[in-house]
Design a binder for this molecule. Sequence first.
Ligand code: PRP
Length: 189
Amino acid sequence: MKFPSETENELYTDLERVLHSEDEIQIRVRELGKQISEDYAGKPLVLISILKGGIVFLADLMRSITIPHAFDLMGASSYKGTTRSSGKVIITKDAELDLRGKHVLLVEDILDTGITLNVICELLKIQDPLSLEICCLLNKCRDRTVSIPLRYTGFEIPDEFVVGYGLDYREHYRNLSCIGVLKPEVYSA
Ligand code: PRP
């Protein structure tokens, strides 16, 4: 039995338009997994994803990576049921693995203001990993006060509020298989 398609999800009707379909995402994730497998071959690799939004991407990406690696999870939140960052990142969970002597690849769903990744990177640097890079599925095209270099990017997207594939609005829409722009009436109601 297959997973339901993106259009079978009743939340699909709340989308103004689809930015990246399930098929496009799956193809891109496999490309990223192949590239990461080549780049980190023979190296001790730890993927770290950020709860909650990053876990859907992590689950697919790690199965597209063909070299041994560990993974860990951190928790961070800054949007709290709104479409704009509060500017304050609350760390809800720290990583558990010892990262010394490891190459760390952060696996994140979206780079928006950059505030979350900036805080997470500073925390991880304290553990002095061999390297610290970022693989981000969505890079929102917008001005930022902080510069966040991405080693791997899935898609560049416009500056609009998007949901699906892990990304939420008030905790819903994470289980959409595609990524889309939410109808404004959904969050202005
Ligand atoms: C979202 C997303 C990223 C972050 C990106 O998380 O999953 O972690 O915002 O935004 P930024 O670049 O402006 O910091 P959110 O705070 O909504 O928590 P969630 O993942 O639990 O939904």
